[in-house]
Ligand binder design. Sequence first.
Ligand code: CMC
Length: 386
Amino acid sequence: MADSSTPTIIKGLEGVYFTETKICKVDGLKGRLWYRGYSIESLAKNSSFEEVSYLILYGRLPKKDELDGFKARLISSMALDNGIVELLKSLNGKMLPMDILRTAVSAMPAFSEKKVYQNDSEEHIAESIEIIGRIAGVVATIGAMMNNLGYSKPDSSRGIAYNILYMMTGKKPEEKAAKMLDVMMILHAEHSSNASTFSTIVAGSTMADLYSAITAGICALKGPLHGGADEKALDMMKDIGDPNNTEKYIEDALAGKKRIMGFGHRVYKTYDPRAKVIKAYLEDIQNGSTMEVQTLTAIALKAEKLMIDKLGESKGIWPNVDFFSGPVYTYIGIPKSLFTPLFAASRSPGWCAHMLEYWQDNRLIRPLDYYNGQLDIPYTPIDQRK
Ligand code: CMC
């Protein structure tokens, strides 16, 4: 039981600052987001996932030759060692794609020429580039296996988003779909100390290696309160089935105290700026796409309006980055169980950059919990226990 010395306990570490950073700023009240000082809107409009990854890792935009060299290293890392392909094959169909990805990242040092476990900043950048490229290659190959295809090498003249679609399908993707995926990856590339980035840093603060730290990040991303929400939001849209059912579905869910996935955020108390960029794509894909995409889009737009009317201003619950992803990814041709692995591929530059930044002034993360159980209980021998 609590006594007068009970410390203040901040559940979920809400509002707690644990470090300083120059990587990302989220303004949750104004709905603004910047990577290294550049607004998310300007990066989504003008940049590429490779350039944004460089920006996040190195802290500045690359010059042309720097970007070319960086991109070549990323795409070469997307080409998977036969050992990883064999591992993916052995797990295919036996675990969820997100679990296969987690296992593959944890096994990556076995297939790396890098000196893993070295505490050297140049080596960490090299490892980061390898990790970002490899995760993309693994996600694409898991997708290929789901399509009953084998592993394909990436096209070294193209970027990561194009190659994910190319390796998944064995066919050249439409430029529009590849561009959309590129923007989706930019929007997911970084987001301050969210649960997966914090998990990465906690693991790395023990001076575990980068691969272990990123594996911890992937574990935290999986849950539906974080990265897994995009899959659950699509499940909900499919359950609703018809735009005319949306209102009753949302009302019943809220009356039953259920959460509507893809809404609400620990930091944003207004519209998530990433969701605004994705919503603009919905308007673009509404016409001329399949019936499935048109129905999902109509349901998403109706649910958005209803939720904002009910909970927007009154409770600060607005669409987040995960809400509109389902119709967009479905349009691009990505199966639902790859949404969260793709989120991981997109977030990997953010995880790596935060880990490298934290290591510059590392301090073991070790908070306290307040014990409120009994003490000095007399030990009872096993045969006398009731
Ligand atoms: N639908 C309905 N009610 C909600 C929702 C929602 N999606 N989110 C929060 N609430 C309500 C909640 O029931 C609570 O109500 P009350 O005060 O009456 O008990 C109030 O809002 C505060 O909720 P909370 O759980 O204390 O807030 P939190 O800061 O811990 O939650 C959250 C943040 C993201 C876990 C939560 O909003 C949620 O569960 N959302 C759905 C899952 C989701 O979309 N996650 C993706 C987050 S963004 C991308 C990412 O980081 O991965």
